[in-house]
Design a binder for this molecule. Structure first.
Ligand SMILES: [Zn+2]
Length: 234
């Protein structure tokens, strides 16, 4: 596990909460992934130059390196492309395999050749903005699973979240198996893509065979989903 807090030069440092969440999410989604190139605080070589891996004045580290391990599902290229594609508002810039995309300037959110010290071939580097919003936003980093769900999947996802809490309740998950956590995280990601009963209903309606639509309106499905949510797991 990559270090998320410590002491350097006699001063306390901490990886920004949002970036610590990135590693938690990666571990939950890809439990067997390699951590070989994971990084947070800079090594002495970093300390000698300007790097977001060095703590800022308030002790916050605003950069993270995530190991690329496609064999175990953790596709750091796909993550880099995703963050750039959605203009993730936490991101200041991303470096991946000799390319950098900045979130600002005339070529914002465009991959350009990067000629820095490290080409970042084995990991994706993410620097975030030095703002409270960027540091504290722990919403999912990885692409969500999409909304192509069967009604049973919707039900299972709702149950899992109601029973187990959401992705922010990590500490209460102690003792839960990694497989269960991964399932909860996957479900939480799916639900995050479905912020309202209306959207859940859309996914359900899309799955109904044409013959079933007679007599069932979208309002019926919305009402059913809302009722199921208010009743809790069952
Ligand atoms: Zn880095």
């Amino acid at each position: 596990m990559v270090a998320t807090t410590g002491v350097i030069g006699g001063k306390r440092w901490a990886l920004a909460k949002s970036l610590a969440a990135l590693f938690v999410e990666a571990d939950l989604l890809y439990p067997d992934r390699s951590r070989a190139s994971d990084g947070s605080i800079g090594d002495p070589a970093h300390a000698a130059r300007d790097s977001d891996h060095n703590p800022d004045a308030s002790g916050d580290v605003l950069a993270a390196d995530l190991t690329d391990d496609k064999a175990h599902g953790c596709d750091a290229d796909a993550l880099a492309d995703h963050l750039v594609a959605i203009h993730d508002q936490r991101v200041e810039y991303v470096i991946r395999n000799g390319q950098r995309a900045k979130s600002y300037g005339s070529n914002a959110w465009t991959w350009r050749t990067y000629t820095g010290v490290n080409a970042h071939a084995s990991h994706t580097h993410i620097s975030i903005h030095d703002t409270d919003a960027a540091k504290n936003d722990t919403s999912p980093w990885f692409p969500t699973q999409g909304v192509d769900m069967t009604p049973d999947e919707v039900k299972a996802a709702v149950r899992a979240v109601l029973n187990e809490g959401t992705a922010t309740g990590q500490t209460s998950w102690a003792g839960t198996s990694k497989a269960t956590l991964a399932a909860i995280q996957a479900n939480a990601n799916r639900l995050a893509a479905l912020p309202s009963a209306t959207k859940i209903a859309d996914a359900v309606v899309a799955k109904l065979p044409p013959s079933a639509s007679g007599g069932i309106t979208k309002a019926d499905v919305v009402a059913a989903v809302k009722q199921a949510l208010s009743e809790g797991a069952g």
